[in-house]
Design a protein around this ligand. Structure first.
Ligand SMILES: [Zn+2]
Length: 310
């Protein structure tokens, strides 16, 4: 189902071209252009029976026409600069998918399960993640936040403008500090009420207006588990499109003390020795405690700490 004329991978976001309506219009109608379909919260994929291999199912403009799908508000995800093949996303509601189309779009899977399996190439997961975040944002800005009039999508879906007062709106990201709190030899892992049974993870919280990253790490650590943090070290970031968080991963060196948990946010939290964390990473913990998978930045933070001697 991928483009015959050329693949859209690797994808360049081509953000400078988003304002060029003629370019985008021509690309959207090109025979080689491909569309990924987001139905509700799920993506159409091509996969094998074991689901250890998965690609996004991409449709051509002609196929969209065949199903009478309107591509005018398709979200521009980018272009392969070598082949010129463009990629757009089309977000549909479940009730907009008739039976013949539903047949073509099997299987439909959610992004978490795609990412968790590690079966899809990273650039395709990133494109799906962008599409999901953008589509969720469009759902929340149909009306102007200033005057309440209807807004219209522009720049390939990267901007909405109020039809009455002209107020612009841009895709939203919510920055989140996520930190592995440790004292050198032990780290704190916690359970939130919504977690699956026996899963423990790092703590996290939204960064508030007026805070820098370090201040947010210190405040959240104090609020959630009652510890003071000395040194904060930045490690990595990860977009987390549920629906539009941006995770900023840190190691937080805590002043060792008894934990004092926030009962609203945390079900349980404890200090774990490095050796115990190694068992969790291997899936060998005697109590069956486990960690988020490799797709999650929490896993990256824990693994980095467990395998280093910092
Ligand atoms: Zn307005």
């Amino acid at each position: 189902m991928n483009a015959i004329e050329g693949s859209c991978w690797p994808l360049d976001r081509m953000s400078a071209q988003r304002r060029d309506a003629a370019f985008l219009g021509a690309l959207r109608e090109a025979a080689s252009t491909r569309f990924l379909l987001l139905v509700g919260d799920r993506f159409a994929i091509v996969s094998n029976e074991a689901r250890d291999f998965a690609r996004l199912r991409l449709l051509s403009r002609a196929q969209l026409r065949g199903f009478a799908l309107d591509a005018r508000d398709a979200l521009f995800l980018g272009c392969n600069p070598q082949s010129g093949t463009g990629l757009f996303a089309l977000a549909l509601k479940e009730h907009e998918v008739d039976e013949p189309l539903a047949g073509l779009l099997q299987p439909l899977v959610d992004l978490r399960s795609i990412a968790a399996r590690g079966a899809m190439p990273a650039d395709e997961v990133a494109a799906a993640s962008t599409a999901k975040s953008l589509a969720a944002w469009h759902q929340t800005v149909r009306c102007c936040g200033r005057c309440g009039a209807a807004t219209r999508s522009e720049e390939g879906g990267w901007k909405r403008t109020c039809r009455a007062c002209g107020q612009p709106a841009f895709p939203r990201l919510d920055p989140v500090a996520i930190m592995l709190v440790h004292d050198g030899e032990r780290c704190v892992l916690a359970r939130e009420p919504r977690f699956p049974e026996r899963m423990y993870s790092t703590i996290a919280g939204f960064i508030e207006p007026g805070e820098d990253l370090e201040q947010a790490v210190r405040r959240e650590t104090r609020e959630e588990i009652g510890l003071d943090v000395a040194r904060v070290t930045y490690l990595a970031t990860q977009p987390w499109p549920f629906p539009h968080s941006f995770m900023i991963g840190c190691l937080a060196e805590a002043v060792a003390a008894p934990l004092a948990l926030d009962p609203l946010e945390i079900d349980d939290a404890r200090w774990f020795a490095r050796s115990e964390v190694a068992l969790m990473l291997r899936g060998d913990h005697p109590e069956g405690l486990w960690l988020p998978g490799r797709h999650a930045i929490a896993h990256t933070l824990v693994r980095h700490w467990a395998e280093s001697r910092d």
